[in-house]
Write a protein that binds this ligand. Sequence first.
Ligand code: EPS
Length: 353
Amino acid sequence: MSFNSFGHVLRISTFGESHGPAIGCVIDGCPPGLEITAEEIRAEVLRRASGKSRHTSQRREKEDVQILSGVFENRTTGTPIALLIENTDARSKDYDEIKRQFRPGHADYTYWKKYGIRDYRGGGRSSARETTMRVAAGALARKWLQQKFSIEIKGWLAQLGPIRTDEIMEWDTIDDNPFFCPDPGKVAELETYMDSLRKSGDSTGARVNVVARNVPAGLGAPVYGKLDAELAAAMMSINAAKGVEIGAGFESVAQMGTEHRDEMTPAGFLSNHAGGILGGISSGQDILVSTAFKPTSSLRIPCRGLDIDGNEVEIVTKGRHDPCVGIRATPIVEAMMALVIMDHVLLHRAQNS
Ligand code: EPS
């Protein structure tokens, strides 16, 4: 009931706060025999890490992944896999001034209303630091899916603020720039935009897309375990996520049925408006998910807000914040896609084979 876990057969529980001694996760239900090392997991975690470019938070974590259990001689044993990363670069004094204040647009207020207590340092449990462990767990899922089914999962930045970034898709270049932008021709424009945004002290939103290829048909469980519903829940659980689309998503509203339906021929489907999922079950087509991330709420531009006693106060957030959290979201959406698909492969296997 405490909702720090997700998944059915493959169950992930994360723990820890941004400025606590460590963050970690327990991955339960991973089949035995998967070869994995802490270095492989760390390599994936570092793709998401802050401090790699001037466009993200300058907090620099070592991200040293420790495998505490469930892996013996570099192979999973089928027992719970516990992963731990120590927090080594938290600067809690940045948060002294907002200790008794609620940043407008932030979870500060609702955590306080719900629990009557909050770890204000770095946003505590509501910090995007938690997503590190999703990426760590996702590293195992990606590898397992790749080895068993040749499933490939690839995410990219589709839009940052007003700049559309995926009209040209050069897949091999996505990891070559700090934005996960698939169009190398747009990177300079993104840099200029982010530099002026950072100077202004404001923040912006982003759209991040992800595709899973080679997913077998038949994954997903109607009616309350639809694959698209599970993916939407997984993406919406990421910090700052405000919207999820599957396939044509909200564009379906204006489409005609003759356009939206994906015609079928012996050679395959002729389009993919469904985003690879029909009736909540994978069709064998690429699974396409798009997630909207809101602008960061921690801003140095003063605004009106309240303190915990209900007094009106001016809020100014200090510290090392991301002017656009979407920039680092690509590895997170990839991880959530991998974890949901692997969970549904295991579920399908349990019922159907
Ligand atoms: C975050 C606020 C900042 C970011 C943090 C996410 O925290 P801090 O003030 O401690 O630097 O740096 O991002 C990470 C630590 C991370 O690993 O992604 C927030 O409010 O979500």
